[in-house]
Design a protein around this ligand. Sequence first.
Ligand SMILES: *Cc1c(COP(=O)(O)O)cnc(C)c1O
Length: 365
Amino acid sequence: MNIAVDKRNFTVGPVQMPYAVREIGLQQVPYFRTGEFSGLMLENERLLLEMLYASAGTRVVSLTGSGTAGMEAAVMNTLNNHDKVLVVNGGGFGERFVDLCRLHSIPYEEIRLPFGRGLVEKDLAPYEGKGFTAFLVNYHETSTGVLYDMRLICDFCERNGCFLVVDAISSFLADPFYMGEWGVNVVVTGSQKAYAIPPGLSLVALDGIAQERVMRNTCRSMYFDFKAYLKDGERGQTPFTPAVGTLIQLNKRLLDIAEAGMESVLRRTAMLAGHFRKAIEAAGLPLTIASDSLSNAVTPLFVREGKDAYEVFKCLEREHGIWVCPNGGELKHKLFRVGHLGDLTEDDNNALVDALGQLYQAGKL
Ligand SMILES: *Cc1c(COP(=O)(O)O)cnc(C)c1O
């Protein structure tokens, strides 16, 4: 069966991959219990820690599984039923952390945020000094396009002695992230977002405190037990067969990002997002940005009353060869999202704005 891949892809993942990454997909996948592959894994870890601005002694676990595998493994390995966890729940991905706590019997309370609103001081105030031991947050809640104020969160965690786990799956490499300076203990990332490589890899960074938690905890899973990953990782290996080909693609991406420099990579995404936001305004399209705290990764857009956001997604796909990111659940017909990750250009933005203009003319927007 042929699957269409000839679309301009503005989803949040998998995103368009640079040619250099796709080219590696043509190669044979090598045997991996070798010194050469260990060298590549250690290089990946070193480059990633640099890009995260991690503190000394931080380690990276390369887990084969999508981002959610990294989220679940982080919860299972670093938390237990003696914790009291505070979860920021501002949408689908915050809800996922809540579900994980419930499933793994970890005591938690959640901060439910109104749709599209960032976290502010008064949201945290009721939880000060209440004995919370850990804090779970998605730096960018991709389902609503809200980026949280990490300064606020880090200060809260420092004051309250909270262990901080951050899902940066859609924000790492799109928005500034300073793991060491912010005192983040665990960072979860995923390959199909701004890394712009195929799905199937979750890279999880653990600082020294997180590693101690891993060592003390009993993880009721063989595949997800970080103890084995940390031990084998010392020599650049993994306990089980990893996504070898994807790790080679990751290596290429990390080397290219290192060469360009983190600042230039972040600036590029910020410029692309800014260009798109200006262009829809200049075109006078009846779309409303649905977040008061935007990430560079995504622009969430409400359609007008009486118009159907899912129909917009379908029309763009069918008539214009463009994928935007539809929403699920209650927002399916009201909201769609435009991603700015991966190998996109201002020309791609212009093509999308053009297509949206045509939908407007046709009364569909
Ligand atoms: C994409 C994403 C995930 C992971 O989803 P998977 O489908 O498991 O890769 C988790 N959190 C956030 C914030 C995301 O954007």
